[in-house]
Design a protein around this ligand. Structure first.
Ligand code: AMP
Ligand code: GLY
Length: 437
């Protein structure tokens, strides 16, 4: 029954979670991860029962944006399914190149990936299709943009149009801030070509929700709603990071809200993209804000989120490989993904001084320790002389599940003391409540 060769592209906690879930899929014989991390290599486990990972996984030394080399590898190793983690790989057109070579890859084509790779494209699309979002204006000219924010004279958000690794969004309290942000992006070109155009948006207030949907071009299946914690310190203090942890399903996400998100956001995107001749296949990730004025879209991503994936996939009680293939083949309507009735929390363990400049190459201990209902996903790790060392800002993602949020958080925080590397830090309030010291 196990016959599929699978390739996961990327090297973070999201990709470890993808590789782990794919190794649990009964159809999968072998998982490759390019370039992967120290956690994405594992021997086969023929004794695995139920949904335990069974397939062997190994790393391939190809960078995530080297589409030509990935294509050669996939042809040579007869890869049946390629799953792309990072947005840069989608924006580089991996899915287009793989399709042309008769290879099945999960993710949108380059044209559809513009929903994430160009914020101006996404805003114009939302306006055209009546999808609720913050009021905005788009500029390439600094003087015109400056005149606009001066006239606006209100809190706003200035965003570089293109991909800027999560750093291109600047919150501004008023016109002075906004002018400085515009100067940084349009004049000083702090984000290079990604900042040739800017979007200036009304600044919204409210609670954020990450809504991720599996899409086959026509149909969608919403995954459990999650919430991530972007600030580095407890109580949402300190600078933004790639994400210090997440939890889901969120307690404030009932069926009515899920239905509303599907009807007002996800389905209109699928219909609009199909009408443009670029049907959306892959994960549509809507970053939403619940405002006093209703639900609004902050951004679209065209891929699994990080760290949301480390929460979502442990809740999947189904074959990820089967579901992703159904999306690629346009028959997601024939299957309803099964989810566990649990809650999952993931806590990110970060390097000293992250999100600033951080050291790497530090020994990590305690990884062999196992706890029930806990899985430790690797993010920035590498293997050196047989030991596992730090290799990034976000080092590990400790995911745990339980009957409710408090139970799941207790499992995660109960496991963390086993793990150590110099300077390791993490938030103690993922999921809302402070963990016991
Ligand atoms: P984005 O990459 O567009 O999602 O922006 C990153 C983060 O910036 C979001 O997760 C929000 O926390 C914040 N953000 C983006 N747009 C707005 C907005 N219009 N109002 C308030 N906060 C925003
Ligand atoms: N968690 C935010 C992202 O994946 O973009």
């Amino acid at each position: 029954m196990s016959h599929l060769n699978v390739l996961v592209v990327g090297s973070g906690g999201r990709e470890h979670a993808l590789a782990w879930a794919l190794a649990r899929s009964p159809e999968v014989a072998r998982v490759y991860v390019a370039p992967g991390n120290a956690g994405t290599e594992r021997p086969a486990n023929p004794q695995a029962t139920g949904w335990q990972p069974r397939a062997a996984a190994s790393n391939v030394a190809i960078k995530a944006d080297d589409v030509a080399a990935l294509r050669e590898f996939a042809l040579e190793h007869r890869i049946d399914l390629t799953v792309v983690g990072p947005e840069v790989t989608l924006a580089a057109g991996l899915v287009d190149v793989f399709q042309a070579a008769d290879l099945r890859a999960f993710g949108p084509l380059q044209a559809a990936a513009q929903l994430e790779s160009s914020k101006a494209y996404a805003k114009a699309f939302m306006l055209e299709h009546g999808i609720p979002t913050a009021a905005f204006a788009t500029f390439t000219d600094f003087e015109a943009a400056r005149a606009y924010v001066r006239a606006l004279d209100a809190p706003c958000v200035v965003k570089a149009d293109g991909l800027a690794a999560g750093k291109g969004v600047l919150m501004c309290d008023g016109a002075d801030d906004a002018e400085a942000a515009l100067r940084q992006i349009l004049v000083e070109q702090a984000f290079g070509g990604a900042g040739a155009q800017v979007v200036v948006e009304e600044r919204l207030e409210g609670r954020e929700i990450s809504a991720l949907a599996l899409c086959d071009g026509q149909h969608y299946a919403l995954m459990p709603l999650t919430r991530d914690h972007k600030r580095v310190f407890d109580d949402d203090q300190g600078p933004n990071t790639g994400g210090m942890g997440a939890y889901g399903p969120i307690p404030d996400g009932d069926e009515a809200l899920r239905e509303r998100i599907g009807r007002t956001v996800i389905q209109p995107v699928l219909d609009g993209m199909a009408a443009r001749g670029t049907p959306f296949v892959g994960v549509l990730y809507a970053g939403l804000m619940q405002t006093a004025d209703g639900l609004k879209v902050l951004e679209f991503n065209c891929r699994f989120g990080d760290p949301e994936t480390q929460v979502i996939l442990p809740l999947l009680d189904d074959s990820l490989a089967r579901i992703l293939l159904a999306c690629i083949d346009g028959r997601l309507n024939e299957t309803t993904p099964c989810w566990r009735d649990d809650v999952c929390v993931t806590v990110g363990l970060a390097s000293a001084n992250y999100p600033g400049v951080y050291p790497t190459g530090l020994t990590i201990s305690g990884l062999e320790q196992e706890s029930q209902d806990v899985v430790v996903f690797h993010a920035g790790t590498a293997r050196r002389d047989g030991e596992v060392v730090t290799a990034g800002g976000r080092v590990l993602s400790v995911s745990a599940w339980g009957v409710d949020l408090a139970d799941a958080a207790e499992h995660a925080y109960g496991h963390i003391p086993h793990i150590h590397f110099d300077g390791m830090h993490y938030r103690t309030d993922i999921g809302g409540r402070k963990a016991r010291p």
